[in-house]
Design a protein around this ligand. Structure first.
Ligand SMILES: Nc1ncnc2c1ncn2[C@@H]1O[C@H](COP(=O)(O)OP(=O)(O)O)[C@@H](O)[C@H]1O
Ligand SMILES: [Mg+2]
Length: 326
């Protein structure tokens, strides 16, 4: 669970860059940081960055994946135990907090921590002391706390699943890391970075069409998913990466799934009729085909596998002008 080599943050996005600047400002202080973001957005990468910018950088950095830890082992893993504290405790054992002493501890998936452990964490944070399981005397620890959550902890507080007093302790510096779909300007840079990493020196340019499909895709698994896709592409690609090389859901559904979502909004929120939604979808597909083919009508018609005259009739029906943008 100790840190290996430093992780790199690759980004040109304004929000990410300003988060990095904020980290550089707050890292030297000992304040607790709560990183919130969907899975795969880079919470661990940011935790690493905070530790490296802090005065504790030469001290231990202990990462703890709380979701992966069985609840009954959690307490002794975090706080250690004395010999004989329970049947399998044949020797005394330091917990992760003690191992992190003087440095930082990163508690990932804090939203998965059961209530009883939350109370114990709170006690450690308030007193700066911990009790090993089965111990009678407390041990002082000096640890900088960085936590990560996949969801807004206030929602859990409302459902009585998270202690509000612990939340305020953790949330001294809150940082929200946006999902990749809200920073598609980062996709090309991240893609090229991972392709270079996995390509073993083999240059793997991505065609502009493939790159725009990658940028349109919604990346539910965020940067982790992008990294895995890059790894597969680097393995199989010959010399360049085109749309045909992309996984089907990225190559085909990118444009359409965005479009369908818009239609869904129209349908449910604006209460459009069925025929209005269908007309809207058709009009948007025509506009998209035009935009994807530099407004060349014959090419766009071929793209949609319809004759040029049908295509023109439909443009007229929907009053689409060639200058219409999406
Ligand atoms: N901005 C970034 N630059 C480079 N690599 C990144 C970036 N964000 C995430 N990664 C990589 O993506 C993967 C998932 O990131 P991670 O920090 O584990 O996400 P989370 O903890 O939010 O689930 C890791 O391999 C990480 O190194
Ligand atoms: Mg993680």
């Amino acid at each position: 669970m100790n840190a290996g080599k430093p992780l790199t943050i690759v980004s040109q996005n304004e929000k990410i860059l300003s988060l990095m600047q904020r980290i550089e400002k707050i890292a030297p202080s000992d304040s607790s940081v709560l990183l919130v973001g969907e899975t795969g957005v880079g919470k661990e990468v940011f935790a690493d960055y905070i530790h490296r910018y802090s005065q504790r950088r030469d001290k231990p950095f202990v990462k703890v994946g709380l979701a992966a830890m069985p609840a009954d082992l959690l307490e002794s893993e975090l706080f250690g135990h004395e010999k004989g504290a329970f049947t399998s405790a044949h020797a005394e054992k330091k917990g992760l907090f003690e191992i992190a002493d003087g440095g930082s501890i990163f508690l990932d998936d804090i939203d998965d921590v059961p209530m009883p452990i939350q109370s114990k964490l709170l006690r450690v944070l308030e007193s700066g002391e911990l009790m090993r399981v089965g111990a009678t005397r407390p041990i002082r620890v000096d640890v900088r706390l960085i936590t990560a959550s996949k969801i807004d902890l206030k929602l859990l507080i409302e459902r009585d699943k998270f202690r509000s007093d612990l939340f305020y302790r953790l949330n001294v510096v809150p940082m929200h890391i946006p999902p990749l779909r809200e920073r598609s300007d980062d996709v090309p840079r991240l893609m090229n970075y991972f392709l270079e990493n996995y390509g073993n020196g083999k240059p793997l340019p991505v065609t502009p069409r493939a790159m725009s499909a990658l940028q349109r895709y919604s990346w539910p698994g965020n940067v982790r998913e992008l990294r895995n896709v890059a790894q597969r592409l680097a393995l199989f690609a010959e010399k360049e990466i085109d749309v045909k090389d992309l996984p089907a859901e990225i190559a085909h559904s990118g444009g359409l799934d965005v479009l369908l979502k818009k239609c869904q909004t129209c349908f449910y929120e604006d209460a459009m009729s069925f025929s209005q939604v269908m007309a809207c979808l058709e009009a948007n597909l025509l506009k998209q085909a035009l935009a994807a083919n530099q407004f060349n009508q014959s090419q766009a018609a071929r793209h949609l596998k319809m004759s040029l005259s049908t295509f023109r009739d439909k443009l007229k029906k929907h009053s689409i002008l060639l200058s219409d943008s999406l």
